[in-house]
Design a protein around this ligand. Sequence first.
Ligand SMILES: Nc1ncnc2c1ncn2[C@@H]1O[C@H](COP(=O)(O)OP(=O)(O)OP(=O)(O)O)[C@@H](O)[C@H]1O
Length: 283
Amino acid sequence: MKNTQSDLTGAKNYSLGETIVSIKNVDFSYAPGERQVLTDLNMEFRRGQVVAVMGGSGCGKTTILKLIGGQLRAQAGQVLFEGRDIGKMNNGQLMTARRRMGMLFQFGALFTDLTVFENVAFPLREHTNLSEELLRSLVLMKLHAVGLRGARDLMPSQISGGMARRVALARAIALDPPLIMYDEPFAGLDPISLGITARLIRDLNNALGATSLLVTHDVEETFEIADYVYFIANGGIAAEGTPEDLSQSQDPFVRQFLDASPDGPVPFHYPGFSLEEDFGVKV
Ligand SMILES: Nc1ncnc2c1ncn2[C@@H]1O[C@H](COP(=O)(O)OP(=O)(O)OP(=O)(O)O)[C@@H](O)[C@H]1O
């Protein structure tokens, strides 16, 4: 299927289903000699899909988002965005690529001294030369899409946490990015706001013909909206598949997550010194 919508970031027409991001044989550690966070990682993200990246605390999910966003560079392998190697881009190329990525990071902080309207207008003012009239229409369209057109004149301090998340979402999609990355979009939300945010992520993805990449711990909501799920453990993919397939899976990693069990292959303790080394006794 061809998506012919134009966008503000110089998008080309593209086919749904083709790869937008591919991670190929990536090794990453934060500093030489430090623990390798990712080892020989391979992942694919396709146009039109909502893809979830799940896994235990500290397994490297946020690191993957930052490698795609170019905030971090892999020591080995490639991270390709629209076919181009993010790790080899200069600053100018990286800025151009980032304009085509919407990012909503943990707790998606809004600018507290700007109104809801100006928060959403911010990326448009930064990256385009639109007339005030066109900018206003675009901002109101984005706010309408998240149900908050009526809240345009409020300050962030005057809206709830769930509403703030939706404003951050409207800001993330202001430039109609073909890729939207969400880091813990449901963190701290009440069950109703959580359900609304999950549905919005799916609906906006469909409306924009975009790809959404979701780092999350919330299995239930994620499985309802995702097309594909990766489980990360020990620096690589522990399991992957559609929510339907994974729900049937007997893989111990998958079961530990789906059944929310404290015991399983995903360890509770961050790797480090043994109890014997720290306490001098065998336990
Ligand atoms: N700036 C940094 N310098 C050194 N190590 C880091 C840095 N940021 C993260 N790490 C380490 O890299 C590993 C992966 O971190 P990352 O934030 O990607 O995990 P995560 O899966 O997103 O975790 P969580 O679900 O708890 O947010 C962790 O062990 C973490 O301690």
